[in-house]
Design a protein. Sequence first.
Length: 213
Amino acid sequence: MTFQTGQRVTLDIGNYLFSGEITSLGDGEVQITCPIPLNFGQGNGKLMWPDGRTEVFNIGEVPHYSSLVLRLPLRKEERLEKIIGAANLRPAATKEYRRSVRIDCQISLRIQDLSDTFLIQAKTINLSGGGAQIVTEFPLIVGRDYCFVLEVEGDIPVKGKVLRKLPNQRYAIKFLTDAETGIQLMRRIFKSLQAHHHNQAKTPKKSNNFRRG
């Protein structure tokens, strides 16, 4: 599902139909301006898209007489899609984690057990707000909880569980965080990756050309 400013939509509120336009977007919110005064306070309504899709919403605060702030019940992957879109990165969803938006990226990380008795190095193969696939030469125990420290924007420690062992020294990891923490995690990662790509674009390319004296 993609929301864009300027998009026309139809609102069904209390069996009354209104035509509106999306004027601003937020994380889990969309502001729709209608050409007629609206003052419905709190309640539920239905947002109808031109292609026939519908979305049930809760009416939030009314900033002025002609606008509604709609708090949409976006699923986790839809909220992550908005964050990824803002960072100009393309998400790649896999069958293994259907509830998460997964991107292919290599990020260094350190792994500790919860008693801090050892420290090992690893890399991510792909990553989402809910988990990752990592590769490490050190054998991890399936079902055990570890602390995974992602080396982006400083260090990001995340508690996680090893779900299964995969071929080629890879492991499937589930992060033991709630949805909101997962979104914050991905936002920090995307910000770091975006800054990295921006710095790379600024670096001048080396040339093999030279002048003969």
